[in-house]
Design a protein around this ligand. Structure first.
Ligand SMILES: Nc1ncnc2c1ncn2[C@@H]1O[C@H](COP(=O)(O)OP(=O)(O)O)[C@@H](O)[C@H]1O
Ligand SMILES: C[C@@](O)(CCOP(=O)(O)O)CC(=O)O
Ligand SMILES: [Mg+2]
Length: 393
């Protein structure tokens, strides 16, 4: 018999999307990338049920909508994670055999990812109703997959009362914001981040880990595969960024695989490119530090504009992840003296344009209309938002 408290308990979690300022794809190859969170967020609501079922609603995935499965259906699978490996405090990769068994329930990789994380974290011991929706365009380079994983893992760990910190005061909600939400402590956030990385691996094979890190911790951070994340405690300077969605769908998994294959096949040609992108990321950090010291925004803006152009040229011309729609937006914004680069995996998806401090509302409307007339949707980004937020009712 579930106690009333548990049965009535509701866990609400949100996790931000992101933009990568510099270093996408190169970060998969071990170089430095810089990313910052967005105000667009994935939202998950988790409530208990007494039906011993998983009831799932994914309103943003029209081809799915909703689904319901008895928990026993998963527990009886040959490769259901159990025993020593199945310690929810020690994130583990999905067994390929188990993935194949999960893919008998759904052909959608994202849902199979959901079912893996649900099975691994909850052991399918309790029935839950789960609804996941998002402000983020899906598959557009703004980290929707990572925010999906981070929100889900944060919510499931909370709903199962699984805390790497043993449920410290912060994770008990000692420092709630005005909406009654709290950021989990660093120890619990690291657990959420590592589980989310396992989800990202299922989504697109060889993620660097930057997307789930910035969705977990928020603000802005640098990332390398070797050293992991380093949060920029002072955030980033007040850059004005316009996000434009090409509305061209693409597969992060395929784009990432293509860059890896090109790097392995043409190592002597691509390594210098990756090293230059690493230099761009490091130069961006140096510019941020210089701005902190001298507040010379014009100097910062000029350097950022050059680095945007360089990184875009290298991504498109050398890594091969450009697209004609991206080139079109680069051209439209350049005609207005602005500089644009793709963000995320490229091949369509979203681009980011560096607005000038002097770009006034009339110029911005003129730019957005030119982009809209060309078939693109654009909006000024709010960056540096908090990472995963949890509200337990
Ligand atoms: N709101 C959502 N609802 C359901 N699935 C989602 C949602 N957001 C992301 N996903 C999953 O993430 C996948 C997109 O991941 P990816 O190709 O990496 O694009 P992105 O650049 O947005 O991270 C989708 O195909 C879907 O499986
Ligand atoms: C291309 C890459 O650098 C970022 C992928 O971003 P997104 O999934 O397109 O939002 C891959 C990675 O770092 O995992
Ligand atoms: Mg993604």
């Amino acid at each position: 018999m579930i106690s009333n408290i548990e049965e009535d308990r509701q866990v609400c979690v949100s996790a931000p999307g992101k933009i990568i300022l510099f270093g996408e794809h190169a970060v998969v190859l071990g170089k430095t990338a810089i990313a910052t969170s967005l105000s667009l967020r994935a939202k998950i609501v988790i409530t208990r049920n007494t039906e011993n079922k998983l009831n799932l609603e994914l309103p943003d995935l029209k081809e799915f909508g909703s689904g319901s499965w008895p928990l026993e259906e998963f527990r009886k699978l040959n490769d259901f994670p159990k025993g020593d490996i199945a310690d929810p405090l020690k994130p583990f990769e999905c067994n390929p055999e188990f993935l194949n068994q999960l893919l008998t329930f759904t052909s959608v990789k994202g849902i199979a990812t959901f079912l893996f994380l649900f099975s691994a974290i909850t052991q399918c011991t309790k029935g839950f109703n789960i609804k996941l929706s998002s402000d983020l365009p899906i598959g557009a380079g703004l980290g929707s997959s990572a925010s999906f994983c981070v929100g889900l893992c944060g919510g499931l760990l909370e709903a199962m009362d699984i805390y790497a910190c043993g449920k410290c005061d912060q994770c008990k909600g000692a420092h709630k914001n005005s909406d009654g939400e709290h950021n989990p402590c660093t120890v619990q956030s690291d657990l959420i981040n590592l589980w989310s990385l396992q989800g990202e691996k299922l989504m697109h094979g060889t993620p660097s880990g930057i997307d789930n890190a910035v969705s977990t911790f928020g603000k802005a951070l640098t990332f390398t595969r070797r050293a992991g994340y380093k949060i920029l405690d002072r955030g980033i300077p007040p850059l004005r960024i316009l996000i434009t969605n090409t509305r061209v769908g693409r597969s992060t998994k395929i784009l990432v695989e293509n860059v890896i294959n090109r790097s392995q096949k043409y190592t002597d040609l691509i390594d210098p490119v990756s090293n230059l992108i690493d230099t761009i990321s490091m130069q961006c950090l140096a510019c941020f530090e210089r701005y902190e010291a001298d507040s010379n925004f014009d100097e910062l803006q000029s350097a950022m504009e050059l680095m945007f152009d360089m990184n875009q040229s290298l991504l498109s011309g050398c890594y091969g992840v450009g697209h004609s729609s991206i080139d079109n937006i680069v051209s439209i914004t350049k005609s207005m003296g602005l500089h644009t680069k793709l963000t995320g995996a490229g091949g369509g998806g979203c681009v980011i344009t560096l607005l000038k401090p002097s770009t006034d509302s009339q110029q911005l409307e003129q730019l957005k209309k030119a982009l809209s007339d060309a078939g693109y949707e654009s909006w000024e980004a709010t960056i540096g938002d908090p990472g995963v937020l949890i509200k337990s009712l």
